[in-house]
Design a protein around this ligand. Structure first.
Ligand code: DAH
Length: 365
């Protein structure tokens, strides 16, 4: 048998293999269990010692050269396949990202993030409470007793059943019960904002059965109205991104604060629109009611398990949807909760525009 010719033939076929599959077929054909070269190796056993001495090295050399050729050809084909893939998958990083469908941040979420950012900078933590409340936390502990007209004014959604302690269950009508829960849970001092959903049976262009409020609560020693005014002024300037925000504190009444103040903010009329800034007393200007606040009523501090002779504080409540409308120029509250994609595309915010104090809390819509 002409081993040299067999070898040459095998090497030629290996060199001609154009892909890994056909190369693997050749490997099986030559070196597999039933392979031709494996077959030759098996013939060694039946040879005479002399014959084996001359033929053995030839067969082994044949197997070795074929094995080497297979390995080399495999490496070559793999490299070629990799080169081809790299060429095909080449990405031009200098091209802009393709337009893809994308979601946007709802103005309420955006404003909640802005509030958290601004108040965090003043040392406020974010607290939460349940949306399904009992009437003790929602009313009684906030100095709104059973017969109080404020209960009726809240248009409360009640559940048919009472809780285990016999308290009427309801959808919270405001975020103020979080004041009570924070005091009972954390004691004093306290500096929190409590944003969240609230519910009232009411519906028109400026009222929806569900809306958002943010509560503020500061409890410490020696707290007075000056702290309240500074905090609100600092917050509103940061939120509306204007230094000329002017506040007017008006005496008011809330059962849970004493004294209570309603806070108005000055606006000017520009192109038929109200623009915040400047004194509302200037000609062509006016005052807009913005939020309720006051010094926390002694009874509320006591209901929170704290000694009102030791601890004082202020609280405030703001309509989140309302200040979102004011800042970003929407005029119908109902659209906030319709889930209309066109509205969201128009008024929504880029997910990449995270509000930060350093970069500006009011991202461009
Ligand atoms: N809870 C009130 C409401 O929903 C808003 C409010 C007013 C909250 C005065 C306060 C406050 O904390 O001090 O109408």
């Amino acid at each position: 048998m002409d081993y040299a010719a067999t070898g040459e033939q095998a090497l030629a076929r290996i060199a001609a293999a154009t892909d890994l599959d056909s190369l693997e077929k050749l490997r099986v054909e030559f070196l597999g269990k039933q392979g031709s070269i494996s077959g030759l190796l098996k013939t060694l056993g039946a040879m005479s010692p002399d014959e084996r001495q001359t033929t053995g090295p030839k067969i082994h050399a044949l197997r070795e050269s074929v094995t080497e050729a297979l390995t080399a050809r495999k490496a070559g084909l793999e490299q070629a396949a990799l080169d081809a893939r790299l060429a095909a998958e080449n990405i031009d990083l200098s091209l802009p990202a393709p337009e893809a469908p994308r979601g946007s941040i709802h103005p309420v979420s955006q404003v909640l993030d802005e509030l958290a950012e601004i108040f965090a900078d003043m040392g406020f933590a974010v607290a939460t409470g349940p949306e399904i409340e009992d009437d003790w936390h929602n009313f009684t502990a906030l100095n709104i007793p059973e017969s109080h007209p404020a209960r009726a004014m809240h248009d409360t959604f009640y559940f048919p059943d009472k809780d285990a302690e016999g308290r009427a269950m309801l959808l919270r009508t405001h975020t103020s019960p979080v004041q009570i829960r924070s005091m009972l849970r954390d004691g004093a001092p306290i500096r929190i904002i409590a944003p969240g959903r609230v519910y009232r049976s009411d519906s028109d262009a400026t009222h929806t059965p569900m809306f958002h409020q943010v509560e503020g609560l500061v409890i410490d020693k020696g707290i007075h109205l000056g702290h309240l005014k500074w905090t609100l002024e600092t917050f509103l300037k940061a939120f509306f991104e204007r230094d000329d925000i002017v506040l007017r504190l008006r005496p008011s009444y809330f059962p849970f604060t004493e004294p209570s103040v309603e806070v108005d903010v000055g606006f000017a009329i520009q192109n038929g629109k109200r623009v915040l800034g400047g004194s509302g007393d200037a000609p062509g200007h006016g005052w807009m009611e913005l939020l309720g606040s006051g010094m926390v009523n002694r009874k509320v501090i006591a209901a929170g398990g704290l000694d009102p002779d030791e601890w004082q504080g202020f609280a405030f409540g703001i309509g989140v949807d309302r200040i979102a409308m004011l800042k970003y120029g929407m005029d119908d509250l109902r659209a906030f909760f319709d889930g209309d994609v066109r509205w969201l595309q128009h008024y929504g915010f880029s997910p990449l525009d995270v509000p930060t104090l350093s970069a500006g809390v009011g991202a461009a819509a």
